[in-house]
Design a protein around this ligand. Structure first.
Ligand code: SAH
Length: 353
């Protein structure tokens, strides 16, 4: 039995499924899902994320959150949270850097939002010294000041895709043709959630909608509005997306999203406009390119400092990692950062109102 068999049987019995249902099964199926079975991240995994490229990324995030904590009067205790922590690398680097900020670690209660039992196991190894608590979703975040980071988390949440047909929409679905998974379209229907997109699209355009994203950010913003705190959302995407951004990556290469369900990572661009709307009752910052954000936080000075102890291939790799995180042709502009903060507090360092 494999995921392709399970999905084929389900579709044969019940009809085509939405792209969101397909994505959810591929990523988090309890036996065959990508995050259940694959090493997933890092050099031996399917793809490499920013914290796996260089320790500088997590260090600067840690210092950014610690400065935001100082700016708000160093509340204690507070929740230090990460959504989708992967191997725990970002948080380990953040905690190590934040040791320099007196009182921060003592006041922090580490909470990890993670759906995959396998990923929880990896995080337990990396972060054992910090006594983390795991929760399934943001609804279970404690009622306390909240300082949260989400790097490449929202892009893993299932999206629905709709093709415009007049004033109606046809949902893109995954069905079966001659025994193979294939994309198709459902019947034309009104979609109240896409009302605003009737204004900026034309017949035949494809738009995406991530049903889980706004409720998650609303729950985070509610904690921050009530108790103080800040959230950093880092991901690829833009203010609003148009067209098909569903992407499969396996073995560091682009793959066909339907070819090997559960073996490839599936992501979609994040619609930051939807997140910004959900951030009310808090303020949100301007959407800032990752490269600009990291430069403002001082990545070049940190890179020079680390370079002093390196030579040869290690130095070359370090220089390449700095470039990869910041350069416009690499992750520097594709990835964006948006901060969420109380209306009464300044934006987190590196971000503008
Ligand atoms: N932030 C990490 C990992 C990104 S991969 C990094 O930058 O390296 C996405 C992470 O989110 C994984 O840990 C995955 O298991 C987790 N995840 C995916 N969908 C989730 C969901 N619906 N709820 C909670 N965690 C989820």
């Amino acid at each position: 039995m494999s995921l392709i068999d399970i999905l084929s049987r389900r579709i044969a019995a019940q009809g085509p499924i939405s792209v969101a249902d397909y994505m959810a099964e591929c990523l988090l199926h309890p036996e065959f899902g990508f995050y259940t079975t694959q090493p997933a991240l890092g050099a031996e995994g399917a793809f490499v994320t920013a914290p796996e490229i260089s320790q500088m990324f997590g260090e600067l995030i840690g210092l950014c959150l610690a400065q935001a904590w100082l700016d708000q009067g160093a509340p204690a205790p507070f929740t230090l949270a990460e959504a989708g922590p992967g191997r725990g690398t970002l948080m380990a680097d953040a905690l190590r850097a934040a040791r320099a900020v007196p009182g921060f670690l003592d006041a922090a209660r580490l909470v990890l939002i993670e759906a995959s039992p396998r990923m929880r196991g990896l995080q337990a190894q990396t972060l054992a010294a910090h006594d983390p608590a795991w929760i399934d979703g943001v609804y279970a975040l404690p009622d306390a000041p909240l300082f949260l980071v989400a790097n490449e988390f929202f892009d893993a949440l299932p999206i629905r895709q709709f093709l415009r047909d007049g004033a109606l929409w046809r949902e893109r679905q995954v069905g079966l043709a001659e025994g193979r998974l294939t994309f198709g379209l459902g019947p034309a229907q009104p979609q109240p959630a896409l009302k605003a997109r009737l204004e900026d699209t034309r017949d035949g355009d494809l738009v995406e909608y991530c049903p889980a994203a706004a409720p998650i950010l609303q729950a985070v913003a509610a904690r921050i509005a009530d108790h103080g705190g800040a959230a950093l959302v880092i991901d690829y995407g833009d203010w609003r997306s148009l067209g098909d951004t569903l992407q499969a990556v396996a073995g560091h290469a682009r793959a066909d999203p339907l070819a090997q369900p559960g073996r490839a990572d599936l992501t979609a661009h994040v619609d930051f406009e939807a997140l910004a709307r959900a951030a009310a009752p808090c303020a949100h910052t301007r959407l800032t390119p990752q490269g600009v954000f990291l430069e403002r936080l001082g990545i070049t000075a940190r890179a020079r400092g680390l370079a002093r102890n390196l030579a040869g291939a290690a130095l070359d790799a370090h220089v390449a990692a700095h470039r990869r995180l910041t350069h416009p042709e690499e992750m520097g502009t594709l990835f964006k950062v948006m901060g969420v903060h109380p209306r009464t507090a300044p934006p987190p360092p590196g971000l503008e109102p």
